[in-house]
Design a protein around this ligand. Structure first.
Ligand code: NAD
Length: 333
């Protein structure tokens, strides 16, 4: 669905990719696009990725995405921002519960509270507004579970790219567990945290010798060029869309570098927030599900090893199997 917001006049695009496993979920991206059709392309791609992420995580949800395609140069002051978010809320409400949204690039918990003025189908609202708030801590918990599933972390050397909300928490916990840390961030102020943790700061994190590279900054860091220079044995981190294109998973495989698919590793935030806010789970139940990322990753890596495929292919196969099983169960009912 693509429509011009009644209040804001800005294009609001919602792509519901799949409802086979249950209510579709996916964040609301608020970003400038040269043309609204570029936003549509992004929404279609990102909603499909959410379907795989939910299915692999074992969530009773399908994938969706909202993209608010801001015309270039839009001055998004508080009044227009609020109008845009209310338009998003109305659009989601018009789908009658088929889809619930949360934060994504350009939006956060406060924005979810505004969307929540128009629809109950929203998660990650601030704690004060009855939501579960910022998802970065459960995301980090999921990353830590995934890292521990690879091997006990004490004494291993981790190269962490990005000491933001997720990366900083991961770094603190790894340091406390006796890991050796190499870290970097484009924000020089993060050097202080590195010093506190006894971590070594490096400007060449992608060529650093390490057991595990932990991408926790931006997407697209794994390309033919960067893969050729890697000196790590494994890659496992929260950054979304780490591969510039799917074929890069094959290059990693050929080099014998184990890549834990980002959509498996980074699911902690969405698992926790939707559990608490949409499915009525207790925080303890939601946390247990987040820790389940360890088992999911182990399953994916074992399948890849057994079938001689990449972890990316194994994760997609797991998603397909779960969606097909749900489809058959619906047809049989
Ligand atoms: N926050 C969540 O719950 C969540 C959930 C799923 C996935 N993710 C993904 O995890 C990643 C980190 O998320 P976050 O919430 O910590 O974001 P953040 O913005 O808080 O932190 C990102 C950090 O990376 C640094 N950075 C940016 N470019 C860099 C570069 N080229 N080299 C080194 N450092 C760089 C930034 O300065 C910042 O400190 C993102 O890719 C995000 O999409 C986050």
């Amino acid at each position: 669905m693509a429509r011009r917001g009644g209040r804001s006049g800005v294009p609001v695009i919602v792509s519901v990719h799949s409802g086979t496993l249950g209510q579709a979920i996916g964040g609301c991206r608020l970003a400038p696009y040269p043309d609204w059709r570029d936003g549509l392309t992004d929404a279609l791609r990102l909603s499909a990725a959410m379907t795989a992420k939910c299915a692999v995580a074992g969530l009773p949800h399908g994938g969706a995405k909202t993209v608010v395609a801001l015309p270039p140069g839009t001055d998004l002051g508080p009044a227009l921002r609020r109008a845009v978010l209310l338009d998003v809320g109305d659009t989601i409400e018009s789908l009658g519960g088929e889809y619930a949204t949360g934060p994504d690039v350009g939006t956060g918990p406060d924005d979810m509270a505004v969307i929540g003025e128009r629809t109950p189908h929203v998660f990650c609202r601030p704690v004060g507004a009855g939501g579960s708030g910022d998802s970065s801590r459960p995301t980090a918990e999921g990353v830590l579970a995934a890292l521990a599933a690879l091997a006990p972390v004490a004494g291993r050397r981790f190269a962490i790219m990005g000491l933001g909300r997720v990366g900083a928490h991961v770094a603190r916990e790894l340091a406390a567990a006796g890991a050796e840390l190499l870290v970097t961030d484009v924000d020089e102020s993060r050097r202080q945290l590195a010093a506190e943790l006894g971590a070594t700061w490096t400007d060449d994190i992608l060529t650093a010798e390490a057991d595990v590279l932990v991408p926790a900054a931006l997407g697209g860091v794994l390309t033919a060029a960067t893969v050729a220079g890697l000196r790590c044995a494994e890659i496992c981190g929260p950054a979304n869309n780490q591969l510039d294109r799917p074929e890069t998973a094959d290059l990693l495989h050929e080099r014998g570098i184990l890549w834990a698919p980002d959509f498996v590793v980074s699911a902690g935030g969405v698992i926790h927030a939707t559990g608490v806010e949409l499915r009525g789970e207790t925080p303890a139940q939601a946390t247990a599900r987040v820790r389940g990322i360890a088992g999911t990753l182990t399953t994916v890596l074992e399948s890849a090893r057994r079938d001689g495929t990449t972890p990316l292919a194994a994760a997609h196969e797991l998603a397909r199997t779960r969606i097909n099983a749900a489809r058959q169960a619906t047809m049989a009912a």
